[in-house]
Design a protein around this ligand. Sequence first.
Ligand SMILES: [Zn+2]
Length: 377
Amino acid sequence: MSVITTTRVRPADYGTLDHLLYTAQNVYREPPDEHERLGWLVDAVEHHIAGSPLYARLAAARQFDAMRLRETGDLSQVPLVSSGLFKRVAVATDTSGQVRLCTSSGTMGAKSVVARDDRTLERFVGSILNGMRQFFGESELRKGFVFGPDPEEAGDLWFAYAISLAEMFNGGEHFVVDGEFRVAEALEALVSAPADVQPVIITPPSLLMELFEWMQGRGEIVAFAHPEPLVITAGGWKRDATEAVDRAELERLGGELLGIGPGCFRDLYNMVELNTLVLECAHATKHVPPWLHVDARRTSDLQPLESGEMGLLAFLDPTPLSYPGFILSEDLGSVSRRCCACGITGEVLSLERRLKGIEERGCGLKMSRYGQGVTDQ
Ligand SMILES: [Zn+2]
């Protein structure tokens, strides 16, 4: 995969959703306009019914009625696609453009394959930039240090590709080369970062832990020239089939060995089927972006649960055009409305750590294998 093209013509159907993604400021601080979001979701459902025979069949089986959804606003009516379906069949909506087939790693099962056309990828990037403006501020000079491969080596592997987009931080350096984590080079680059550039480490938890263990083994403690280095973790919190990475321990070691403050660790949530990043504020709260609807579903009948109740997470994402973004995930979590210490009042996502899943989703695990020089299966 190549990185997103730099110049583009504004599409004729650039609408209010694109405006919110690309241009609007402080979108998390305003309460979401639920009427507007409902409109985007109904439009998206109609688009996917028209362009995807598979989704049309799902909708027909559910006796889905777009008019009724518009009237009632009952989002539990939106037909969901289980994330497992992307492993078995092509779930795509015809947009008559070129698509990239983005894959999960599939270390313990078949790979999910998600078709993204240019506008769908651009909207994903829009969601990253939008969240960065909100949670990291806009003005500062930053540099990304990616414990992952560059976009070319990442290929179609979605997780590696998504974190390789750190090039947006005024250029990024990548420290997984030929499937191997170059830990000494990474540390050398980090300590050499100039004081006026904010370093942003983007990493699966497993490789950050590997760096810390490597430093401990050599008795190394270093300090950044910049006072507020950031760490963005992404992917699963597993090192291998049995061992988990503990976030509190990771933050403790980050403070001890690299002088990184606790508010500077941000975990982000994404999966290959979701076209939006869910980012954390400095208070470790995952704020749901205003264009996305998330709820937890009861496992027995998939009915939406009350605020704070734990269930299977369902995402209604109006941003993808080349596949239906109405995903029943395999992840457990809850959604609640909360007034966060960062000043944002709105829906927040809490995840049950993905440790005991029926099937390891694979992305974090695949990345941890880079550390051991194991190639993809
Ligand atoms: Zn917050």
